[in-house]
Design a protein around this ligand. Structure first.
Ligand code: HEC
Length: 281
């Protein structure tokens, strides 16, 4: 019993030491370390391919997926999203008035840290903010109309390299990044797993029938039409599912915690191209 406690303590100490070290390094160095780690782990996978999740390295699943992409199940969401996007609010304004470049081809710049508000703004958060600023009700975060608008906005951004900005003298942005990173590496839930256990250490291995995707590329392609969901859903819907898999109490969609997590995760994919919306099984 005693040795077990000691062991547990040692593990906790190691984790804290690791995190402390991690928080001090700058995001760009950490991103490069992550890229190097996965390129070594998957020497046959080209960097750009990581944006395709498990299809980057699972040959059988990849064949099926390529066939599915001939008639993509998210196409209707793009069309619906475009129609929603172009429907004016009651006050005559519209989504295009809230975004740079009229909201076209801008997804690669999200999420960003808003220094005046002191918080991370994800694309979905900005869409609902836009509605509320015009006196409209916010939309549910994870599926439906909001996911469709997000899908359309991703579609217009395809091919643009992700460009999440974190300046090394922006203490607020650095703190949000560090909090997101900490969440990714902290054990949670009854099963006591961190995101990193599955998507860093065990990436490429199979959990039951599912091979596990890599951190690198996890944020490039949202929202996603998942056959298991039978609909299109946002990244935070996936966060919820992964949290529930380890029997952890999920945070709320678009909570500060999950926006920070998205900030970290998307920063790790900087330079990879937006390829959303996407299909996953
Ligand atoms: C017990 C293992 C496990 C843990 C822990 C876990 N996930 Fe997952 N995750 C999966 C599986 C299985 C899938 C589906 C296969 C895949 O795409 O990796 C998945 C998929 C994902 C995807 C979608 C990948 C894609 O290509 O669309 C994201 C994003 C993701 N997880 C993020 C997270 C985050 C963030 C956490 C921590 C809050 C987390 N996961 C914790 C098992 C896990």
């Amino acid at each position: 019993m005693k040795s077990l406690n000691l062991k547990t303590l040692l593990i906790v100490c190691a984790c804290v030491a690791l995190l402390a070290g991690v928080v001090q390094a700058d995001p760009e160095t950490e991103r490069q370390t992550m890229v190097d780690y996965f390129q070594k782990k998957f020497p046959n996978v080209e960097l750009a391919e990581f944006a395709n999740g498990i299809y980057a390295f699972d040959e059988n699943a990849r064949e099926q997926w390529i066939e599915i992409e001939d008639f993509p199940p998210y196409e209707i969401a793009i069309e619906d999203g475009e129609a929603f996007f172009n429907t004016p609010f009651a006050n005559g304004r519209g989504y295009a008035d809230c975004f740079e470049n009229g909201g076209i081809a801008v997804r690669q710049n999200y999420p960003y840290f808003d220094s005046s508000k002191g918080e991370v703004i994800t694309l979905e958060f900005a869409i609902n903010q836009c509605r509320q600023d015009s006196g409209e009700q916010p939309l549910p975060w994870m599926t439906g109309e909001l996911a469709a608008i997000s899908a359309y906005m991703s579609f217009t951004s395809r091919g643009n390299p992700i460009d999440v900005q974190i300046s090394n003298d922006d203490s607020g942005a650095l703190a949000a990044y560090a909090a997101g990173k900490q969440l990714y590496f902290t054990r949670r839930g009854q099963l006591n797993f961190a995101c990193s256990h599955c998507h860093v250490q065990s990436a490429g291995l199979a959990l039951r029938a599912d091979p596990l995707s890599t951190t690198l590329g996890q944020a490039t392609h949202w929202p996603v039409y998942r056959f298991k969901w039978g609909e299109i859903g946002t990244l935070h819907k996936r966060f919820k599912e992964c949290s529930e898999q380890v029997r952890a109490q999920p945070f709320e969609a678009q909570s500060a915690e999950w926006r920070n997590l998205e900030f970290y995760l998307t920063y790790m994919s900087n330079g990879l191209e937006i390829n959303g919306p996407a299909s996953r099984r």
